[in-house]
Design a protein around this ligand. Structure first.
Ligand code: CA2
Length: 149
């Protein structure tokens, strides 16, 4: 299998498990990344994890997926609700992307209800906790299988 799948986490997700456990649960980012690697292994996909608090760094990581990654699982954090740059990068990457949110953004403040990123995603998994990353990887595996890639 020549190419891996990128799991990309945006701002403040490095704080998982350290604060706000009622909203985001007790798992840390390291736990999330371990879960993704485990799920990837079960699906026969190599997973490469990346987290940044910087929009430009996220854009560059997404750009780097073009021609090198089979797909992307992304939780853009608060950039979900603001970043057209991330949308443009995902579209330019030309690989399937699945958007993940740990919390149910539709049950929270109204400013979290709209996702720009959804327009660039094959699908979105919202509000199912960190298990959403595993579900996203499974969905991606299905898309790649259907594409024959
Ligand atoms: O539910 C999600 O996964 C979010 O993408 C998480 C973002 C939030 O801005 C989105 O609206 C929904 C925030 C991640 C911040 O995570 C923290 C974890 C612990 C302590 C503080 C922040």
């Amino acid at each position: 299998m020549p190419h891996s799948v990128a799991v990309i986490n945006g701002p403040n997700l490095n704080m998982l498990g350290l604060r706000q456990p009622k909203i985001y649960g007790a798992a840390t980012l390291a736990d999330v990344e371990a879960l993704c690697r485990r799920e990837g292994e079960a699906l026969g996909m190599m997973v490469e994890c990346f987290q940044s608090n910087h929009e430009g760094a996220l854009v560059e990581r997404i750009q780097a997926c073009r021609g090198t990654a089979r797909g992307i699982v992304i939780n853009p954090g608060a950039y979900t609700h603001t970043s057209i740059a991330i949308v443009d990068a995902l579209m330019a990457a030309e690989v399937p992307a699945i958007e993940v949110h740990i919390s149910n953004i539709h049950r929270r403040e109204t400013f979290r209800h709209h996702s720009y990123v959804a327009a660039a995603a094959a699908g979105s998994i919202i509000g199912l906790g960190i298990e959403g990353y595993a579900l996203a990887l499974r969905a991606l595996a299905g898309i790649l299988r259907d594409q024959g890639t």
